[in-house]
Design a binder for this molecule. Sequence first.
Ligand code: HEM
Length: 154
Amino acid sequence: CCTMALSDAEVQTARDVWGQIYANAEENGTIILVRMFTEHPDTKSYFGNFKGMGSAAEMEQSAQVRTHGKKIFSALNDMIQHLDSTDALLGVVNPLGKKHATQLKVDPKNFKIICNILLQVLDEKFGGDARAGFEKVTDVLCTHLNHAYKEAGW
Ligand code: HEM
């Protein structure tokens, strides 16, 4: 895995980009979650509480969706704080990956989907440079998550 670690400069750039989107964690986490549910409606089936929700507007206003949007962003923030140490990063990513694999049984292809939506939103809100400065992070996270899934016997 470790050949793909980020350089110090890449970590700094990624943190600057992340700081911009994390400044509105609940709002932006919710936007990303709702876009995943809208563009890939099958992803709603993992969330017992969200299944029945129809329109994007309805989802955006749901307290449960908003709380979950914020939760995802908090977990990502935790990872971004540990980008400079693979061991520390794995300490955050591995338990989360294991939980999604064994308990929640989320198909790992959905991580790629949500990461791509995150990159799309970075591009829309902060421009192509912001997107480019974060692409390696989503690659690293997806690689580690896929590894955690393999370890969990997915
Ligand atoms: C960036 C990627 C993701 C992050 C950082 C993330 C983070 C989290 C966190 C922190 C929790 C709460 C865990 C706990 O309570 O112990 C959670 C729960 C959950 N996640 Fe994810 N997640 C991600 C992607 C996904 C995807 C792609 C799906 C499905 C399409 C998904 C489905 C779920 C479900 C169903 C729960 C349980 C919700 C509940 O009933 O409380 N997650 N996730």
